[in-house]
Design a protein around this ligand. Structure first.
Ligand SMILES: Cc1cc2nc3c(=O)[nH]c(=O)nc-3n(C[C@H](O)[C@H](O)[C@H](O)COP(=O)(O)OP(=O)(O)OC[C@H]3O[C@@H](n4cnc5c(N)ncnc54)[C@H](O)[C@@H]3O)c2cc1C
Length: 373
């Protein structure tokens, strides 16, 4: 985005591209529509069926009206996005990690693992959930979870069973769930919960994979990764340094969906960086970073606050959420519309069915704020 606005851009990536990333690789409508038009995308499945279960019981499958959720291997779109940045004029330096950064006046100095000092007018930290830049900016989190995931080859029968189908299982630990995402002859499957109890989460993962016959094959990848959700008042910039995506802890509290947040905040940050570079003085520079923070809050923060309420409801009463999604057609329709990219979590949480569920769970008044009847 910044290169497209005429800035001289250097993209540093710690890994060699294409790099593996622990991720379900599920692209919802909001992610697909935020990708640059024409970006080559290798989609291994587009899921039509959503199977929900409560701790392995009360399994029920709903059908999507407009199948949208695209299953990809993250290394591929991420490499394509890097190529698109290079085509727009960015210089890409992979296998190069940012080690430290400091600011003096309008100059940010970055040192990498190769030791060289690099000077820039602005830096965007999009360096993931263990971000060094986030530590520098002072990002604070309201929720930190641990996700354990395997990517495993499956036989033809298992591939057939999962083709076109996603499984979401509400798990035994508070706020936990397990998933199976199909990608032809490979499935991505994992579990997520609050990071406080890794032994219990590992036990849940083993049980989950065994029950779904995904434990036997030798996995291609068997990894863990933190997901972090920011506090609403957490900073998004310090001076001329911005954070975006997981580095800014922009992730849905309930589903831990983060690709759409990374794509949107990355685009906003790129525009803000171009304004920062062109700023005539500190007032203009501050107005560019303030605008970035406001834009993130107005567009993404609203959804994160709604997803925090949804996650709270889910933690208190997963059975209620399961019943709503599997037994109340409007509840599933709202989620389906969101997955397709035609609604938002904030809009869902303001629908009568969500307000009724939240009222039952003791979270919200049954009527929208401001309603007098
Ligand atoms: C198990 C799991 C499953 C998930 N499934 C989904 C899903 O299906 N759909 C969805 O939407 N979201 C999912 N998410 C969330 C999603 O993966 C993230 O929100 C998303 O990857 C954020 O993108 P990002 O570009 O901000 O960070 P990342 O994708 O983590 O990219 C950060 C990059 O920065 C590089 N880096 C790190 N440190 C440095 C450094 N010091 N210097 C230079 N480079 C550095 C890394 O190598 C990496 O390439 C999942 C997360 C987990 C953990």
């Amino acid at each position: 985005m910044a290169a497209g606005h005429g800035c001289e851009v250097l993209l540093l990536e710690r890994a060699a591209i294409p790099r593996y990333k622990t991720c379900g690789g599920g692209l919802i409508g909001a992610s697909l529509s935020a990708l640059p038009p024409g970006l080559p995308l290798n989609v291994f499945d587009t899921t039509r069926l959503f199977t929900f279960s409560l701790n392995g019981r009360r399994e029920r499958t709903r059908t999507s009206r407009t199948p949208t959720c695209a299953m990809v291997f993250r290394s591929e779109p991420d490499a394509a996005l890097t190529e698109a940045a290079a085509a727009a004029g960015a210089t890409v330096r992979d296998s190069t990690a940012l080690a430290t950064l400091e600011q003096q006046g309008r100059t940010v100095t970055v040192r990498t693992n190769h030791g060289d000092p690099l000077r820039a007018r602005t830096v965007i930290g999009a360096d993931g959930s263990a971000s060094r830049v986030a530590r520098y900016v002072g990002v604070r989190c309201a929720q930190v979870d641990l996700a354990l995931e395997v990517e495993t080859p499956v036989d033809a029968r298992t591939a057939d069973r999962w083709r076109g189908r996603v499984l979401l299982e509400w798990g035994p630990l508070p706020g936990s769930f397990g998933w199976v995402f199909p990608k032809g002859d490979i499935c991505t499957a994992g579990v997520v919960a609050s990071r406080g109890n890794p032994a219990a989460l590992r036990a849940y993962k083993d049980d989950f994979l065994t029950r779904h016959s995904l434990h036997t094959a030798r996995p291609l990848h068997d990894t863990g990764h933190l997901t972090r959700c920011r506090r609403p008042d957490s900073p998004l910039a310090r001076g001329h340094v911005l954070v975006a995506g997981d580095a800014a802890a922009l992730v849905d509290h309930w589903s831990r969906e983060g690709i759409s947040y990374a794509l949107h905040s990355g685009a906003f940050a790129g525009r803000a960086a171009a304004r920062l570079v062109a700023a005539a003085g500190e007032d203009e520079a501050k107005s560019a970073t303030d605008h970035y923070a406001q834009q993130v809050d107005d567009i993404l923060g609203v959804d994160m606050r709604a997803s925090a309420a949804l996650a709270d409801l889910f933690i208190r009463n997963p059975a209620l959420l399961h019943t709503a999604l599997t037994r109340l057609p409007p509840a599933w329709r709202h989620l389906d519309t969101y997955i397709a990219g035609h609604s938002s979590v904030a809009r869902i949480m303001n629908t009568p069915v969500a307000r009724a569920a939240a009222a039952l769970g003791g979270l919200l008044p049954a009527k929208p704020a401001g309603s007098s009847t």
